[in-house]
Design a protein around this ligand. Structure first.
Ligand SMILES: *[C@@H]1O[C@H](CO)[C@@H](O)[C@H](O)[C@H]1NC(C)=O
Ligand SMILES: *[C@@H]1O[C@H](CO)[C@@H](O)[C@H](O)[C@H]1NC(C)=O
Length: 126
């Protein structure tokens, strides 16, 4: 009985589902549109995070980026925007933004992203 329960459990948990995430936005710095690099990742608790996709905004700061992942349970995507807004000369800021669970398999429309704001996970690399 216990084995059967365990087996049912594994079958249930083992069902990975292909899920996708699309993020759209316009990067801004000091009230102006700015170019930046955008990378999409998926956080994994046990393995290193998976890189899914990357792009560079156009000169108007606009980008759209999507990625998909086969995952047991819900995927946990985030983007890293690499930019020079308020960064020291020759340095880049790496600002992390989480993608809300409610937008999985849909579009996360960020509209204007003010890169002046220091996110909870924001690093400067020189
Ligand atoms: C923002 O754009 C305006 C108009 O093009 C320009 O005068 C100003 O210097 C820009 N500011 C920054 C911080 O780039
Ligand atoms: C990367 O994102 C672009 C823009 O959304 C999309 O066209 C392309 O298919 C994506 N590539 C992968 C591997 O998901």
């Amino acid at each position: 009985m216990f084995n059967l329960l365990l087996l049912t459990c594994f079958v249930f948990l083992g069902h990975a589902e292909l899920q996708h995430s699309t993020v759209r936005g316009i990067t801004m710095c000091s009230k102006n549109r700015t170019t930046a690099k955008v990378e999409l990742y998926e956080a994994d608790t046990l393995d290193p995070d998976d890189f899914l996709n990357s792009t560079i905004t156009n000169s108007a700061g606009e980008f759209e980026l999507s990625g998909s992942e086969d995952e047991i349970g819900s995927i946990d995507p985030y983007i890293i925007i690499i930019h020079q807004c308020n960064a020291k000369n020759n340095c880049y800021r790496f600002s992390k933004y989480y993608v809300p669970q409610s937008t999985i398999n849909g579009v996360y429309e960020m509209t204007f992203i003010s890169l002046d704001i220091i996110t909870a996970d924001d690093r400067e690399r020189c």
